[in-house]
Every structure is written in structure tokens, then in C-alpha cells.
Design a protein around this ligand. Structure first.
Ligand SMILES: Nc1ncnc2c1ncn2[C@@H]1O[C@H](COP(=O)(O)OP(=O)(O)OP(=O)(O)O)[C@@H](O)[C@H]1O
Length: 574
């Protein structure tokens, strides 16, 4: 429309400004040009779409392309599937998907040098020399997304990694194992890879690579879709082993990472889930990280000496872990004095946890996940459990403990306790069927996996207040527990809330008494040690600074766990 108007008044304009005839002709031809008209039409269509009346169905089509191709790996013997797979993985197909995502994300940057429209304009010419390819990429603010290494045998600089979703990967023209002969006409053979990396980093605009293609066809290696929960913080710039911090990913403990490439066992490629951007970054592989952590641990243990066990008991413990534990029934609390764990704290401390493979899981409404409430003694675990059961006894319940104590008159088996022989209790301990257990006046008491299952089978949420050592068994069981750590607040808040409310220490063997300042200090310290040793088991942390608020938060977390998908260990669903 605007073009027609412009044409209409061209004579008038040119007459006014006295433009030369050939210029007028040029302008007329240009405005009459069919391609320009088509471009203008396309522009107005895009303008119309700009109000997002038709929002994109998905803004991560490039990712979906990979996922579809990976799904198809299971059907490689079907020729149609193979054909589709080949079509979808072609460079121009990938570019279409990439551009689709850029438009969907309204990612119209970067500004490009005039000679190359688009983010990456790969140009591949195999003709120049047999066996050599010329690849031209336009580098913008984004790095090229490939790392290089020096091959001492040939003196060549070789492409070591192509970062998934990065510029080199999206071009579809640079592959692992390609030998770099020249960069922008400068030979790189025999050069220090670090020097070449700096050189590449300093370049802007179009970069021309002369490459000898890799012998192996690495294009066909499918990208992995494994999700892992990280159990450590990672800053690539603080890692002296990291070969390329700029191409790496930093993450925090608890982050869910999508591992897209495990080809190199030492350096995986990963993306942080929920984070925008297509490019993957390097992270240490499990093998490397485990070795590093065990080395670090043996150095620490060496400097601490062999007796470096951390005491998590409220009072100082001796060799046997003397953590007080209680097995409560609905009516009253029975004090037990000893807590036995097959694995002691040293053993727990031995566990080297780096990554845990996870999948999304939502429990069926008929089988809610048990909730484990963990925390230092006195922090309020049992108070919270009691309140939950009191406010909704149909939904919440606790497992009935087993005991070897003889049944008393008036007692009924399966009401307050399941009464079994000492032998049965011992066997249950041996076969890891007790989540935790203790001994009181020569009789054993314990909470079994079976009793917990019975609550789940009834469709109720089983609440468990256990010692953190029980978490190992719980997490290995098929119960799919969700672990909530109740954290003590600061010592000042503890004083203000517990002392003023005359909260009672309920752990003493013979009596209850109000908290003393020493108890509160101890609670905070035990909490810190617990976090240091068992944090990897916690799914959520709630600070108990205000009882009502903590209770409400706990309720809402529990409701979320039962109704929404959560990341759980993939082992649970195998
Ligand atoms: N936020 C809070 N403010 C004030 N008092 C609290 C708070 N949370 C818990 N309490 C009180 O602290 C005391 C100890 O709580 P609770 O018995 O639940 O501790 P616990 O973690 O189960 O430890 P234990 O196994 O030793 O009993 C109780 O008197 C409880 O009412």
C-alpha cells in the first residue's frame, strides 16, 4: 500500500527536488520490483502477527527436534523412520527450527555485519581442495560453542567438543574430530591451542575455518536427555581442571541439569533446566567429580585422624550412636534410649554424592507419598506431626511401631504396637526391614517399612519423624518418601519463641523440662551438622521460626508433593 502511494507521487517528488532522469528511473524500477513488493508484503504480514494473536505453540522447537530424533533411535530398523531422521538432522532443517525459536522468542538480536543476514551464515565449500571443507560462521556476542585440542601426533589443532545447541552445532558443519587447518587464512598447525582459543575469542563478524573433516561420522551420535540433580555447587572459574571455563556451566546444589552429552566421561555437556538459551555448557562428569571428592575427603580425613565421626546426638555420644529416639503411639510417647543404625555416621559420611539421575513423578491419589520430617531434637518435628494428624486425621497418620515387649492385658495387637518376638525383630533388623529401631528395658522397638506401607495402602499420608541415619534405608525402599528438613531458626529467634512460650524439652529420659539456653545453642549446632551430612537427602527445608507459619507452610508443601510432579530418583521408577 505504502509502496503504491510512493510510486503514485514519484513524479511529483522528483519534479520538486529536480532529480536526474536516471535516478528517477532507478527509483521507479526499484519500487516496481516484484521481490521488493513481496518483501513488503511479508513485512506487513509479520507486522499483523506481531500482536501475538497466534502465539507460537512452542518456542523450543529446536530442542523438540532433538527429542524426536532421539525417540526415533528406538526404531532405526524402519526405513521411513531413518529417512525422517536424516531429513530432520540436515543442517538447513536445523537452521529452520533454530530461526523458528528465535522468532518465537522474539530474539531478533544480534545485529549482523551487512554481508551476512541471520545469526549464523554457514558457507560450506568442498570444492576448494579435495577432503577439505571451508566453513564460514558469523560470530556475534555468542561464543562459537566448540573447544579445540592439540594432537601431539600430527601437530594439528582438532575440534575437541561441539557444544550442544551452540553456534557451531547449529551450523551443522563443524564436528568433533575435524582438524583445523586455517582460521581466517592463518595456518594454525603446530600452534598452542590456548593461543588459538584467544585468537578465536578476539575475532568478531565472519570467521572462515579451513577444516579436514573427521574420519568418524560423529553427527549421528544421539544427544542424551538424562536429567540429573546436582549434589554440589560448581563454579567453572574456580575449577583448576576445567579445560574451558568460558564454555562451561555453573550450577548450585539441587539444580536439575539436562545432560545432553556424555561422550567424554570426564566432561559432560549440560543445560540447566528451566533456563532459557539453547547452548549447553561443560560440567565435570560423574567419574571426575567422584574421584575429586574422594581425594578431597581422604585429605580431610587424614588431617582429622581416624576418629573424625560427627556427633549428631543431642548429648555427646560414645562409640555406639547414642541418639535418643522415641517411638510414639497415638496416645502416649514411649521413651527409648538407644538408637542403633547398621551404618554409623562415618559410613554415611563416606558416601560420595555428585549427581543423581531423576525423573518427574506424581503419586496416584490412592498411594500418597510418605512425608519424613527431619530435624535436630527439640526443633518441633513431633509438635508439627501431632498438629497435622489432629487437624486432618483422615489424611494423615503414622506407622504403628513393632515391639518385642510382651503384650499387656487390655492391649490389642496392631493398635498401639505390633507385638512380635525378639527373634523376629532381630531378623527384621538384619534384612533392613526396619526404618529405625531402639532398645528400652531389654525390649526392642522399631518402625518397619511394612507398617509404613500399610498406611500408604490405606490411602493415607504416613508421617515419619526419624533420625537422619534412617534416610538411607528410606530412600532405598520403594516407599518414595519426601523428606522435609525442619531447620532451627537463629539462636535469638529460638530464645524469643521457645523460652517465652515455655516450650518443653521432651527428650530427657525421665522427665520433661523447659528449654535452657544451652539446649538451644546445642540445637542450632546439631542442625548445622545434620545439614552438612545429610542435606543431599532433603527435598525441602522449612525454618521453624513461628509455629503457626511453619505448620501452614508444611501443609502447603505436603499438598504440592501429593498433587504436582516432583523430581525423584529414577531408580524408584525402574
Ligand atoms: N516455633 C515454635 N515456637 C515455640 N515453641 C515451639 C515451636 N516449635 C516447637 N515448639 C515447642 O518445642 C518443644 C519441642 O518440640 P517437639 O517435641 O516437637 O520437638 P522434636 O523436634 O519432636 O524433638 P523431640 O523428639 O526431642 O521431642 C515443644 O514444647 C513444642 O511445642
Amino acid at each position: 500500500m505504502a509502496l503504491q502511494q510512493l510510486l503514485g507521487c514519484l513524479d511529483q517528488i522528483c519534479g520538486t527536488i529536480g532529480e536526474r532522469h536516471e535516478n528517477q528511473l532507478f527509483l521507479r524500477n526499484l519500487l516496481n520490483n516484484k521481490e521488493l513488493a513481496a518483501l513488503c508484503q511479508a513485512h506487513s504480514i509479520i507486522e499483523d502477527f506481531d500482536d501475538w494473536k497466534y502465539p507460537p505453540a512452542d518456542n523450543n522447537a529446536f530442542q523438540m527436534l532433538y527429542e524426536v530424533c532421539e525417540e526415533m533411535q528406538g526404531f532405526v530398523n524402519m526405513p521411513e523412520v531413518m529417512e525422517l531422521c536424516c531429513l530432520l538432522t540436515r543442517a538447513h532443517m536445523r537452521a529452520v527450527f533454530d530461526i523458528h525459536d528465535q522468532i518465537a522468542n522474539k530474539d531478533y538480536m544480534p545485529e549482523l555485519p551487512p554481508e551476512f543476514p541471520g545469526d549464523i551464515t554457514p558457507l560450506c565449500s568442498d570444492e576448494e581442495e579435495a577432503g577439505v571443507k571451508i566453513v564460514k560462521l558469523v560470530k556475534s556476542v555468542e561464543p562459537l560453542g566448540a573447544t579445540i585440542k592439540y594432537d601431539p601426533k600430527t601437530g594439528m589443532i582438532v575440534i575437541a567438543r561441539v557444544m550442544h545447541g551452540g553456534a557451531a552445532d547449529r551450523s551443522g558443519l563443524i564436528h568433533v574430530g575435524d582438524k583445523v587447518q586455517e582460521v581466517n587464512g592463518i595456518p594454525v598447525k603446530g600452534r598452542d591451542p590456548e593461543e588459538v582459543t584467544h585468537f578465536l575469542a578476539s575475532l568478531d563478524g565472519s570467521i572462515t575455518f579451513k577444516l579436514i573433516p573427521a574420519d568418524i561420522d560423529t553427527k549421528k551420535i544421539p544427544h542424551s536427555q538424562i536429567k540429573m540433580r546436582a549434589h554440589f555447587d560448581y563454579d567453572p572459574y574456580k575449577d583448576e581442571l576445567n579445560p574451558c571455563p568460558d564454555a562451561s556451566l555453573s550450577f548450585r546444589k539441587g539444580d536439575i541439569l539436562q545432560i545432553v552429552d556424555q561422550g567424554d566421561p570426564h566432561w559432560w555437556q549440560a543445560k540447566k533446566l528451566g533456563e532459557k538459551g539453547l547452548r549447553a555448557g561443560l560440567i565435570p562428569g560423574r567419574q571426575l567429580q567422584e574421584r575429586r571428592l574422594s581425594n578431597r575427603r581422604s585429605i580431610i580425613n587424614g588431617s582429622l585422624g581416624s576418629n573424625s565421626s560427627l556427633d549428631l546426638s543431642f548429648k555427646k555420644s560414645s562409640v555406639r550412636i547414642n541418639v535418643r529416639s522415641s517411638f510414639r503411639t497415638n496416645k502416649r510417647k514411649v521413651k527409648k534410649v538407644m538408637y542403633h543404625a547398621k551404618q554409623n555416621e562415618d559410613y554415611d559420611n563416606e558416601e560420595v554424592l555428585t549427581y543423581e539421575e531423576v525423573v518427574l513423578y506424581k503419586p496416584p491419589p490412592s498411594r500418597p507419598r510418605p512425608i519424613v520430617i527431619i530435624g535436630p531434637p527439640g526443633v518441633g518435628r513431633n509438635e508439627l506431626k501431632r498438629r497435622l494428624i489432629a487437624c486432618d486425621p483422615d489424611t494423615f497418620s503414622s506407622a504403628i511401631p513393632h515391639t518385642s515387649r510382651p503384650k499387656r492385658i487390655m492391649e490389642e495387637d496392631g493398635m498401639e504396637y505390633y507385638f512380635v518376638s525378639r527373634e523376629v525383630m532381630d531378623k527384621a533388623v538384619e534384612s533392613n526391614r526396619l526404618i529405625e529401631y531402639g532398645e528400652y528395658k531389654d525390649h526392642m522397638y522399631g518402625t518397619s517399612i511394612l507398617a509404613t506401607k500399610r498406611v500408604i495402602d490405606e490411602g493415607q499420608i504416613c508421617l515419619l519423624c526419624v533420625h537422619p541415619q534412617a534416610l538411607r534405608i528410606l530412600k532405598q525402599s520403594e516407599l518414595k518418601p519426601y523428606v522435609i528438613y525442619i531447620k532451627p531458626p537463629s539462636i535469638d529467634v529460638l530464645r524469643a519463641t521457645r523460652l517465652s512460650r515455655k516450650a518443653m524439652v521432651t527428650m530427657e529420659k525421665s522427665h520433661t523440662r523447659p528449654f535452657a539456653d544451652e539446649d538451644l545453642v546445642n540445637m542450632v549446632q546439631v542442625g548445622k551438622r545434620m545439614e552438612a551430612m545429610y542435606q543431599h537427602y532433603f527435598d525441602c527445608t522449612i525454618t521453624n521460626d513461628n509455629l503457626q507459619r511453619t505448620f501452614m507452610e508444611l501443609k502447603s508443601v505436603i499438598s504440592r508433593v501429593q498433587t504436582q510432579e516432583q523430581w525423584v530418583s529414577s531408580k524408584w521408577l525402574r
